[in-house]
Design a binder for this molecule. Structure first.
Ligand code: GAL
Length: 341
């Protein structure tokens, strides 16, 4: 008994038990996370970072963090049930990667009635919905900026060597657009601003084709295969709303027998590990980092502040009291090493 007491006082003196408070019971934060689809490459990167950071925070702050992840399997009905369960089970905070971003009002109202703060991430609810309750937040990156950075990657290449990009020599950039899910804010904004950046800089462009491939590599490969059959070498640029689809386009080009150095100028978004490898190999000309670790870090800090009832604006940088915006950064062969782990 004496030895246990001595150990206890030594730990208190060393400061390691102070976070446990007077009761000696480790405080627990319960976070329910509802994902639109667990096997989405970028979302699983965010979740890996979230879990690792939560473990590190447990050590640092002497708290216990209970994370419960639910896979919505692309169904709003399934996701609503999962959120209901989190609310019934008295979770301290819920994080929602909403399946249908126009359906947030119902979830916000339920969370408000239960008094449980809700943080949306990656799939942005419309502003009217988010403003229904002051304890509803959004964490993400501004899709228009990713589009601008993709456009700038193409623009820089055009300015440094127009003939390498304009293979037909007609002074016009022929492109195809691989789009993410219809209605997703990143699909709409990345599609619009990538091209606007070129036309705004006075470059003539021609869209050969566009189609959704739902963020997926396999679907993008199928679309690109069809486009290669239809347009062949006339495709000079491939804008892909994310890296998985850019990788699908690369697969299709290589499978068609094209040499790696003859691929069109392909750009993506996310900076996932396989995309960074493709940048190193030169098949992907560039991507835009979607800051998975930063989004996870802010989601954890905000979750803890809300669960503990401390001022959220001291934990994260809030815009309009609701939004946490993480910047995008473009990645090419030149700065690649800064993004590889
Ligand atoms: C985007 C990301 C895509 C996909 C999508 C899911 O921000 O670039 O790869 O993960 O979110 O909502």
């Amino acid at each position: 008994m004496k030895r246990i007491c001595a150990l206890f006082f030594a730990l208190v003196l060393a400061g390691t038990l102070t976070a446990c408070g007077d009761t000696g019971v480790t405080p627990t934060i319960r976070i329910g996370v509802a994902l639109y689809q667990q096997d989405d490459t970028f979302i699983s990167t965010v979740m890996q970072a979230f879990q690792q950071q939560a473990m590190a925070m447990e050590q640092e702050r002497g708290v216990k963090i209970n994370l419960n992840l639910a896979d919505g399997r692309s169904s709003q009905t399934i996701q609503n049930e999962q959120v209901d369960r989190f609310l019934d089970q008295d979770y301290d905070v819920i994080c929602v990667n909403i399946v249908d971003r126009t359906a947030a009002a119902v979830l916000i109202d339920k969370a408000q009635s239960a008094g449980v703060p809700v943080i949306f991430f990656n799939r942005e609810p419309v502003m009217e919905d988010l403003s229904r309750w002051e304890q509803a937040y959004y964490i993400g990156s501004p899709g228009a900026r990713a589009g601008e950075l993709q456009g700038e990657l193409v623009l820089r290449s055009w300015q440094s060597d127009p003939s390498a990009l304009d293979r037909s020599g007609d002074g016009v950039l022929q492109y195809v657009m691989l789009e993410g899910e219809a209605g997703h804010q990143d699909t709409l904004l990345r599609t619009e601003y990538s091209v606007k950046t070129l036309t705004g800089a006075g470059i003539a462009t021609e869209k050969l084709a566009n189609e959704t491939a739902d963020w997926q590599r396999g679907q993008a490969g199928t679309r690109m295969k069809q486009w290669l059959e239809e347009f062949g070498d006339a495709i000079e640029v491939v804008f892909a709303n994310n890296d998985d689809m850019a990788l699908g386009a690369i697969d299709a080009c290589l499978n068609s027998g094209m040499a790696p150095e003859d691929l069109p100028f392909i750009v993506g978004v996310d900076a996932t590990p396989p995309a960074l490898e493709a940048v190193a190999e030169g098949t992907l000309k560039g991507t835009v980092q979607n800051d998975a670790k930063g989004q996870a870090k802010n989601m954890l800090a905000l979750s803890c502040a809300l669960a503990e009832g401390t001022d959220p604006s001291r934990a994260v940088e809030l815009t309009d009291g609701k939004y946490v915006w993480l910047p995008y950064v473009s990645v090419t062969k030149e700065n690649l090493s800064a993004f590889q782990q």
